[in-house]
Design a protein around this ligand. Structure first.
Ligand code: GLC
Length: 454
């Protein structure tokens, strides 16, 4: 194995090579710099992909690129209500952007999902943006930046988009399929965990960053009103452990009115009891992937569970239980590369119906049960926050063994994550940044404060 310092040097060089410039300023990083594959849209800067990169830049004291990124993406945010309803909604931020030019004049061309494969809506972008704005302010102490009228307006627009009137009975966010890191059809429409965990994080960030003034009064109130019901809803109704499993197993259905216990009318037969009763460790539990009318998606989605730990959306006990699951089900969730994006994979008829027969998402590949090294930083951060250092060290050790020799692959395939993803890019920027960030987090524990909420 390579010497750690040398490895970090190589990774930092690769990260620097991915930087894109707008005029004279660094403004983001491309998604991948794989010389062997056609770029498609991997030459764009994706908001979600830039997050681990930005955190590395911040902890290296390279704050300029993060500031420019925040400013430019804020400029791209949709500010006006569109009357023809053919444009993205007000407050939305793009999935990605690239620097283009017209008659020698450079400009940023954004993709709000209007170019993306499947025309998926990037709901997570504006939530990640708020998370990053807070990290930037904490790292630089430059509160005045978040307090500029532009930033305050941007935050208000994001919150208006998330909190405004809607056709829904839940405190969670209702979104279409593919609205987050899993940006292809995967049966995650409705109230997917990843979006809810990011939504909660964004609300917490907004509460810290919004000024207490007349202009923000309504929105500040709306944020406060939403936080408690949201936390209760997730902790109570998304939680799955043996006790909950027993309760749901014996649920009565078709209950009407205020006394109903089975609020969402979950039918027992829809829950994979046989597998779960064997798979769940005695002291383990996790947040389900989705919840809706007669729907409880029991797949384990890593990003949502880890972000829930970091933002303290889960209780301390629940966070420990999630880490217990990761530790006890190491082979399933980590295997040869930390870590699986979701478990288990959709198979057979489920795969046909829920992915629309997507060949890229066939079982144990890509989003459908593939392993994504970018998740290493979230796993490491969650392990450190919960005092489970051993998990962080073990995960980093595995990643160190494979990532450099596999040239920083985007994702891995197979039940145990042993194969480099069939269509995986090499030199995937967030793989590189995720690795660097994880190693920095274990070395400098105070950095965790940029990421977590107590
Ligand atoms: C894929 C991933 C998405 C990521 C993008 C760029 O579309 O699903 O999450 O942002 O690639 O890396």
């Amino acid at each position: 194995m390579m010497d750690e310092n040398y490895l970090k040097e190589i990774a930092r060089q690769a990260l620097d090579d991915s930087i894109i410039y707008y005029g004279d300023f660094p403004v983001g990083t491309v998604a991948a710099k794989d010389p062997s594959v056609e770029a498609l849209n991997y030459d764009q800067c994706f908001i979600r992909d830039f997050i681990p990169c930005a955190l590395v830049f911040l902890i290296d004291g390279n704050t300029e690129i993060v500031r420019h990124f925040l400013i430019q993406t804020l400029k791209l945010q949709i500010k006006e209500r569109q009357l023809d309803f053919l444009e993205p909604g007000r407050g939305l931020m793009p999935a990605s952007f690239k620097v283009t030019s017209n008659n020698e004049e450079q400009y940023l061309k954004a993709d709000f999902g209007d170019h993306a494969i499947g025309r998926v809506t990037p709901v997570d972008s504006c939530l990640w943006w708020l998370f990053l704005l807070r990290a930037y302010v904490l790292a630089t102490d430059e509160y005045s930046f978040a307090h500029t009228p532009e930033c305050q307006k941007g935050i208000r627009l994001i919150l208006e988009l998330c909190l405004s009137a809607r056709f829904d009975m839940y405190p969670t966010l209702l979104v279409p399929d593919g609205a987050c890191m899993i940006d292809r059809r995967m049966g995650i429409n409705g109230h997917p965990l990843e979006i809810q965990a990011l939504f909660y994080t964004a609300l917490r960030a907004a509460k810290e960053l919004l000024l207490d003034n007349q202009e923000n009064a309504n929105i500040n109130q709306a944020v406060s009103n939403r936080l408690e019901p949201l936390i209760y809803h997730i902790r109570q109704h998304y939680w799955l452990d043996l006790e909950r499993l027993n309760t749901i197993y014996r649920y009565k259905s078709e209950e009407y009115g205020e006394q109903a216990l089975n609020l969402f009318n979950i039918y027992s037969d829809s829950i994979p009891y046989a597998q779960l009763s064997e798979w769940l460790p005695e002291d383990g539990g996790y947040l389900a992937g989705n919840l809706g009318p007669s729907q409880l998606d029991c797949r384990f989605f890593s990003l949502g569970n880890l972000v829930a730990i970091l933002s303290s959306l889960t209780t301390e006990k629940q966070s420990q239980a999630i880490m217990n699951v990761i530790e006890s089900r190491w082979e399933d969730l980590i295997g040869y590369m930390p870590m699986k994006i979701c478990f288990p994979a959709l198979r057979d008829r489920d795969w046909q119906v829920l992915t629309g027969c997507d060949p890229k998402n066939r079982p144990w590949s890509y989003h459908n049960g593939g392993n994504w090294p970018v998740l290493l930083w979230l796993l490491t951060a969650a392990a450190l926050k919960t005092g489970r250092e051993a998990i962080a060290y073990k995960a980093i050790e595995i990643a160190t063994r494979y990532l450099p020799k596999d040239e920083w692959a985007e994702y891995y395939d197979g039940k145990n994550g042993r194969l480099i993803g069939r269509e995986a890019r090499k030199y995937q920027t967030w793989t590189i940044a995720g690795f660097l960030l994880a190693t920095e987090l274990v070395d400098r524990r105070n950095l965790l404060n940029l990421i977590i909420f107590n």
